[in-house]
Design a protein around this ligand. Structure first.
Ligand code: NAD
Length: 365
C-alpha cells in the first residue's frame, strides 16, 4: 500500500524555495502543491520548473487551500513570525527557515500559535541532517573520541546572493545572524543538547563595510554544562566559494569533517562549465565541483523527516525550541561582542528590534 503524501505549500520562490522544492521531490512523503511569492510571475516560474500545480502572489490566499497540511517559509527573516502565526492560525504545520525570528518575543509568539492550533513548528536546521556530520555524531555517541571537550563548526563564503541579507532591518544582523545560528545549534545538538552556560564572541565588518552595517566575520565560544566547548566561526568575507566544516576533539580521538572536500572533484578547466558549488564565483581554473549537493547538505533528509513527523511516523528532532535557543545564543553573542565581556546564559536580552543592535549599540551591563 502506498502511503499518502503530505501536501506542502512553499512561501517564497527564490534561493531556499528552490532548494525546498528540489529536496521534497527527492523524498517519498511530501509533495509540493503550491507556492506563494509576492513578485508577479516568480511563484509561477518556480511552479513551472517543478511541476507544482498552484501559484499565488499572496501567501494568505495559499493558506486558505484545505489540501495543504504543511507550509515551508523561505522568506526573509523579518517575515518569519507573521507568516508562521498566519499559517498556524490556518491550521497548517510550519517549517520555518533559520534564523527563526528577529526577537525572542516573536519566537514565543510562533511557538504559542503552533501549540494553540495543534500544529507542528519545525525549525529548518539542516546541519542536524547533514550526512557527514551525522556520521561524526554517531561516532561520538559510540564513544569513538572518548569524552568530547571541543566541537568546532564553521561556514564561510563571500556573502549572500540577495540584497535583504545585507540590510539589517530585514535580516536582523550580518553573518552571525545568518550562519552563526547554524553553528550554535549544531554544537548544542552534537553534544546532546546540554545547557549552554556562557558565550563569548568577537566580530567585525572587515570587507563589506560599504555594503552593510552588519558583521562579516565572527567567532563565538560557548561553554556547555558538562564541560565541553563549542567554537563557531562564520564569514561573509572569505573568497573562493563555500567552506563548511566540523571538527570534534575528545580525550580518545578526533574527527575532521570538511563538507565540501571529499564530496568534490579537484578540477581544472580553462573554459569553465555550468556550475561548481554554491557561491563559487567562477568555474574557470582550479575549482572543486560537488556532486549530489543538496543530499550532502542534508536538505532532502530534513524535509523528509518533517513530512514523516506530520504523518505520525517519527518524533520531531528540530523544533521551535531549537530555533529559540539559537536566537537566545545569537543575542547573547552580539551582546558579548558589543561589551567585550563573556555573557552568562540564559541571557535576559534587552528589547531590540534587530539582534545586531546589541553589537552596534552596546548596552550597559
Ligand atoms: N538553511 C539554509 O542553509 C538556508 C540557506 C539560504 C537561506 N535560508 C533562509 O531562507 C530564508 C529565505 O532566504 P533565501 O536565500 O531564499 O532568500 P531569497 O531572497 O532568495 O528569497 C526570498 C523570497 O521571499 C519572498 N518574499 C519576500 N517578501 C515576501 C512576503 N511578504 N510574502 C511571501 N514571500 C515573500 C521573495 O519574493 C523571495 O521569493 C531566509 O530566512 C534565509 O535565512 C536558509
Amino acid at each position: 500500500m502506498t502511503e499518502r503524501t503530505v501536501k506542502i505549500g512553499i512561501v517564497g520562490s527564490q534561493f531556499q524555495a528552490d532548494i525546498h522544492a528540489a529536496s521534497i521531490a527527492m523524498g517519498k512523503h511530501g509533495e509540493v502543491v503550491a507556492v506563494a511569492s509576492p513578485t508577479a510571475g516568480n511563484a509561477a516560474e518556480l511552479a513551472a520548473r517543478y511541476g507544482i500545480p498552484k501559484a499565488f502572489t499572496d501567501y494568505r490566499e495559499m493558506l486558505k487551500d484545505p489540501e495543504i497540511e504543511l507550509i515551508t517559509i523561505t522568506a526573509p527573516n523579518k517575515l518569519h513570525c507573521q507568516i508562521t502565526v498566519d499559517a498556524a492560525n490556518a491550521g497548517k504545520n510550519v517549517v520555518v527557515e533559520k534564523p527563526m525570528a528577529m526577537t525572542l518575543a516573536e519566537c514565543d509568539e510562533m511557538i504559542e500559535a503552533c501549540r494553540r492550533n495543534g500544529v507542528h513548528l519545525f525549525y529548518a536546521e539542516e546541519l542536524f541532517f547533514t550526512p557527514k556530520y551525522v556520521k561524526a555524531k554517531q561516532m561520538a555517541d559510540q564513544g569513538a573520541f572518548g569524552k568530547v571537550y571541543l566541537v568546532k563548526q564553521s561556514e564561510m563564503h563571500f556573502g549572500p546572493h540577495a540584497d535583504w541579507f545585507w540590510d539589517i532591518d530585514r535580516s536582523g544582523g550580518g553573518v552571525f545572524m545568518d550562519m552563526g545560528c547554524h553553528g550554535l545549534s549544531f554544537c548544542h545538538w552534537f553534544l546532546g543538547r546540554p545547557e549552554p552556560l556562557t558565550i563569548t564572541a568577537q566580530m567585525g565588518t572587515y570587507v563589506h563595510g560599504e555594503r552593510t552595517r552588519g558583521e562579516d566575520h565572527t567567532f563565538a565560544i560557548v561553554e556547555f554544562a558538562g564541560g565541553a566547548v563549542g567554537h563557531v566561526e562564520d564569514s561573509w568575507a572569505r573568497q573562493g566559494g563555500m567552506d563548511d566544516r566540523v571538527e570534534v576533539y575528545g580525550d580518545q580521538g578526533l574527527t575532521i569533517a570538511n563538507l565540501h572536500m571529499g564530496n568534490a572533484l579537484p578540477t581544472f578547466s580553462a573554459t569553465g562549465f555550468d556550475y561548481a558549488v554554491e557561491k563559487a564565483p567562477t568555474t574557470v581554473g582550479w575549482t572543486y565541483p560537488v556532486f549530489e549537493e543538496l543530499w550532502n547538505y542534508g536538505f532532502p533528509q530534513e524535509l523528509e523527516h518533517f513530512c514523516r513527523v506530520v504523518l505520525g511516523r517519527e518524533e520531531s528532532d528540530a523544533t521551535g525550541e531549537d530555533g529559540r535557543l539559537a536566537l537566545q545564543l545569537l543575542l547573547a553573542g552580539y551582546h558579548s561582542a558589543g561589551t567585550g565581556r563573556r555573557v552568562a546564559l540564559p541571557f535576559d536580552a534587552p528589547e531590540v528590534a534587530r539582534p545586531v543592535d546589541l553589537w552596534l549599540h552596546p548596552r550597559a551591563e
